[in-house]
Design a protein around this ligand. Structure first.
Ligand SMILES: [Zn+2]
Length: 313
């Protein structure tokens, strides 16, 4: 008897997307209110410094290093009272800390790079990039949850940065992850790609949208494709996921089986939407397409959905 539930590639598809290489040991059961300060007192602690959607990377000759020793970080004016303990690397604790120093004031050997460019340009190894996603999401959540949503009083950081507590009404607030469905509607031979008005000229991608309260992943996929492209889907299967720190989403990549092929879109959310044959998509991926069409880079989960389908037939 074969156990089909876990029939899957040896390396799960999520392994190949950007921001997915985080190996931090989170030790979530051990978090205490003094976890971050205790970690900062550890000489093996390393800090990742972030500000305004950018991470401060050190030039180290051959590439970039995202980590600072505590003493080394002082000129960047780390706001240690806002430090978040991400967890442990084999070498010691890792923390994300907001930087007080403005990017314009950085010394030449430190560069402030936005999270998207760190991913697309491959400036860090996959492990470092994964930690950027964790730190960026947590610091963004803290900066937008300084007040209690229940009573409006100030909240305070707790559990090493994995909780905020309202000192007035006692409500506990926990970091959010917002699920987004990203999907490729397919038939045996064709798939749907669309382009938003803000896309670079020529770029087409998978469709995507937030999963709403009370909705399953599968129903969100069917709704989004119908709303954006007018296509009804039958079966939906999960393929891969991607942490997406803009500011704290999780992209959930799926394939949906198209039940009809008449595209209908209103031109607002999507500027254009088309069926592409597998042969066309293979040419686009190979860079041999003559139509000026391209798809997102390997850093994006959309690329992996499109490639997996193109190589599946
Ligand atoms: Zn409150």
């Amino acid at each position: 008897m074969t156990f089909r539930l876990f029939d899957a590639p040896l390396r799960e598809p999520s392994h190949f997307v950007g921001y997915s290489g985080n190996r931090i040991d989170r030790r979530s059961e051990e978090r205490a209110d003094d976890s971050a300060s205790a970690a900062l007192a550890d000489r093996s602690a390393r800090l990742m410094l972030m500000r305004g959607g950018r991470v401060y990377l050190k030039l180290n000759g051959t590439g970039f290093d995202p980590y600072y020793e505590l003493s080394e970080s002082a000129p960047l004016r780390p706001k240690l009272e806002h430090a978040v303990l991400l967890g442990w690397a084999p070498e010691g604790p890792r923390l994300a800390v907001p930087a007080g120093l403005d990017p314009e004031e950085l010394p030449d050997e430190i560069k402030a790079i936005d999270y998207r460019s760190v991913n697309v340009q491959g400036l860090l190894d996959e492990e470092g990039l994964g930690v950027v996603a964790q730190g960026a999401a947590l610091l963004a959540w803290h900066s937008s949850h300084r007040f209690c949503g229940k009573c409006g009083a100030s909240t305070e950081i707790r559990a090493g940065g994995y909780k905020r507590l309202c000192a007035n009404c006692g409500t506990e607030h926990f970091p959010r992850t917002d699920p987004v469905a990203i999907m490729l509607a397919v038939t045996a031979d064709r798939c749907v790609l669309g382009r938003g008005p803000h896309f670079a000229p020529g770029m087409y991608s998978a469709l995507a949208g937030f999963i709403e309260p009370g909705e399953t992943i599968e129903n969100a996929v069917r709704r989004e494709v119908f709303e954006e492209a007018g296509i009804r889907l039958g079966r939906v299967v999960y393929h891969a996921s991607q942490p997406w720190p803009f500011p704290y989403s999780l992209m959930i990549g799926c394939f949906g089986e198209a039940l009809d092929e008449d595209l209908r879109y209103d031109g607002r959310e999507l500027e254009d939407c088309r069926w592409f044959t597998r042969a066309q998509v293979r040419e686009i991926l190979a860079g041999t397409s003559t139509g000026g069409v391209f798809v997102p880079p390997k850093a994006a989960i959309a690329h992996h959905l499109i490639r997996a389908w193109a190589e599946s037939g």
